[in-house]
Ligand binder design. Structure first.
Ligand SMILES: O=C1C[C@@](O)(C(=O)O)C[C@@H](O)[C@@H]1O
Length: 149
C-alpha cells in the first residue's frame, strides 16, 4: 500500500492567485494541488486535497484522516494558525504527523502572525518559500514519513 498524504488548506486559501498577489503570488490553489499531486505520485504516494474556510470542518477532516488511514498531513491553516486551539487539539487527538506550511514569511509580517498554535507539534514548519513550500513539504512526507499501519 502506498503512503497516503492529506493536504489541508484553511481560510482564504481558495483565493490564492487573486488574493494579495504581492504577498501570496500568482499560483492558484488548483495549481498547488496539481503540483503537490505530481510530487506525491512521482514518489509513489497518493495525495488528497481539502480546503475549507470553516474551523470545525477542518477539525472534522483531521478526525476523518485517522479513520481513512492517512500517514501524513501537510497543512496551511491560514489565519487559524494564530487562533485555533481546536485545530491543535485535533492534531493531538489523532496523532498523525504533520508539516505546517505558510506561503509568506509570517515572521516578517505583523506581530499577531508570529505565534502559531501548531508549530511546536509539527514535524517541520516552512514559511516564506512561496507555494513551492507545499511541494517541498509533500516531498518530505512522501520520502521520509512511514506508513502508520
Ligand atoms: O491566510 C494566511 C496565509 C498564511 O498562512 C500564509 O500562507 O502565508 C499566513 C497567515 O498569517 C494568513 O492568515
Amino acid at each position: 500500500m502506498s503512503l497516503s498524504i492529506l493536504l489541508i488548506n484553511g481560510p482564504n486559501l481558495n483565493l490564492l492567485g487573486t488574493r494579495e498577489p504581492e504577498v501570496y503570488g500568482a499560483a492558484t490553489l488548483s495549481d498547488v494541488v496539481d503540483a503537490c499531486t505530481a510530487t506525491a505520485n512521482s514518489a509513489g504516494a497518493t495525495l488528497t486535497a481539502f480546503q475549507s474556510n470553516h474551523e470545525g470542518a477542518i477539525v472534522d477532516r483531521i478526525h476523518q484522516a485517522k479513520l481513512d488511514g492517512v500517514d501524513g498531513i501537510v497543512i496551511n491553516p491560514g489565519a487559524y494558525t494564530h487562533t485555533s486551539v481546536a485545530i491543535r487539539d485535533a492534531f493531538l487527538g489523532v496523532d498523525i504527523p504533520f508539516i505546517e506550511v505558510h506561503v509568506s514569511n509570517v515572521h516578517a509580517r505583523e506581530a499577531f502572525r508570529h505565534n502559531s498554535y501548531l508549530s511546536d507539534k509539527a514535524v517541520a514548519v516552512l514559511a516564506g518559500l512561496g507555494v513551492k513550500g507545499y511541494e517541498y513539504a509533500v516531498q518530505h512526507v512522501a520520502t521520509s514519513f512511514k506508513k502508520r499501519v
